[in-house]
Design a protein around this ligand. Structure first.
Ligand SMILES: [Ca+2]
Ligand SMILES: [Ca+2]
Length: 240
């Protein structure tokens, strides 16, 4: 009994270690070192709270699981109301449902559904922001190659500069047109894009916003200090 318990504990520990151990940036894999530009949103230039994606012309939040696992509705609400030190306008990553509405069958390449799906760039068409991140920016591989054969080294081997980017399901912001109780998702553990029921509470959410973060907002503490200073000046003026 005791050994079974220990076995369960060590299995849990192993699962946890494998989850956290995957959070590594891999230099030379994908384009992330040249296409993602760090952005400071909290007034501390040493840390980046977001990354401007020069390929897709969007800005990704650096922390890829701020709010944990959520239903689709909760994920949308969270992203739309996100305020990072005054930077608002966030949403879930989106994609284009190409061909006929919905998935025309799990494919191994070139469609909106399955593996090695269309990615694209802002200069042409952004077919899937998350697929672009997984395949092109981070250079990860799907479980299957374009001929449908399993390939080694698949999965989330490179998380780039993101923190808490899990090898798991992430919600897309796009509702699944043929069955509106479902929404599209992207799986960062195997590169698969498909749909699932919106009420499922086990998916993570990445937040993005269009374009670059043009102005670095003034942190709240500086505002407080500034308004305090203005108040003090007002008092001094009145005294004079
Ligand atoms: Ca910072
Ligand atoms: Ca389609």
């Amino acid at each position: 009994m005791k050994s079974r318990l220990l076995g369960a504990v060590s299995a849990c520990a192993t699962a946890f270690v494998s989850l956290t151990a995957q959070a590594v940036p891999v230099s030379g894999q994908g384009t992330w070192e040249s296409t993602l530009q760090g952005r400071d949103l909290d007034g501390s230039p040493a840390t980046f709270e977001a990354y401007y994606d020069t390929t897709l012309d969007i800005t990704w939040l650096a922390d890829a699981s701020v709010n944990g696992q959520m239903t689709w509705d909760a994920a949308n609400t969270w992203a739309n109301n996100l305020d990072v030190n005054g930077v608002t306008g966030w949403r879930l990553p989106t994609m284009v449902d190409t061909g006929t509405p919905g998935c025309e069958g799990i494919a191994y390449t070139g469609t909106d559904c399955g593996y090695n799906v269309q990615t694209g760039s802002a200069a042409t068409t952004v077919y899937s922001e998350m697929a672009s991140l997984f395949y092109d920016t981070l250079g990860n591989l799907a479980d299957f190659d374009t001929s449908g054969a399993t390939q080694s080294g698949s999965g989330l081997s490179n998380t780039g500069p993101f923190s808490n980017l899990w090898s798991s399901y992430y919600w897309s912001g796009l509702e699944y047109a043929p069955v509106t109780s479902r929404a599209w998702y992207f799986r960062f553990n195997n590169g698969r894009q498909y749909s699932f029921y919106k009420t499922f509470g086990g998916m993570y959410a990445l937040a993005v916003r269009p374009g670059d973060v043009s102005t670095v907002p003034v942190p709240a503490a500086v505002w407080l200090f500034g308004s305090g200073l203005m108040g003090l000046l007002g008092v001094m003026r009145r005294k004079r």
